[in-house]
Design a protein around this ligand. Structure first.
Ligand code: UDP
Ligand code: MG
Length: 160
């Protein structure tokens, strides 16, 4: 009955979190995954992936008129990224809080960017900005077969 309980829970969302190439190159993969894992969100998908240019362009299509867009596409495709799908009640906004402000110098200490980065152009991690974009981005980066529906053993100890 637990899977049904979880699926029916009000406010359950999914968000696409990605460790950008600088996070991978700097050896921060474990540290960053650990923050979401320890918080208590549910990991549904995880892979190391070399992003093709077309996918980066689709992912960031809302920013295509910005001056930094070409550099952003170059950055995201410059090396492997770690793609993750996380699920939970209120996970979209909560993950954005864990990540911190876009400019790492303005991000609060205790956030991923606040603790681990110094520049907007090297801000180590991405997180979806709305539940709609959470669905859109997970569908964009993952095949259905790469996502797991499961109930972790800790579930009854995490939520009453
Ligand atoms: N970005 C940049 N320069 C800017 C603004 C954004 O290089 O002036 C990059 C940065 O990597 C950022 C990404 O573009 O994370 C997407 O921008 P957005 O405003 O969506 O920030 P986010 O949602 O990642 O905090
Ligand atoms: Mg954004």
């Amino acid at each position: 009955f637990l899977p049904r309980l979880v699926a029916a829970m009000e406010g359950v969302e999914e968000t696409y979190i990605m460790i950008k190439p600088d996070g991978v190159q700097r050896g921060l993969v474990g540290e960053i995954i650990s923050r979401f894992e320890k918080k208590g969100f549910l990991l549904k998908g995880l892979k190391l992936f070399q992003c093709p240019k077309e996918l980066a362009e689709e992912h960031y299509k809302d920013l295509k008129d910005k001056s930094f867009y070409p550099k952003l596409i170059g950055y995201i495709t410059s090396g492997p990224v770690v793609c993750m799908a996380w699920e939970g009640v209120g996970v979209v906004a909560s993950a954005r809080k864990l990540i911190g402000a876009t400019n790492p110098l303005q991000a609060e200490p205790g956030t991923i960017r606040g603790d681990l980065a110094v520049q907007t152009g090297r801000n180590v991690v991405h997180g979806s900005d709305s539940p709609e974009n959470g669905h859109r981005e997970i569908a964009l980066w993952f095949k259905e077969s790469e996502l797991c529906q499961w109930v972790p053993a800790q579930a009854p100890w995490l939520m009453e």
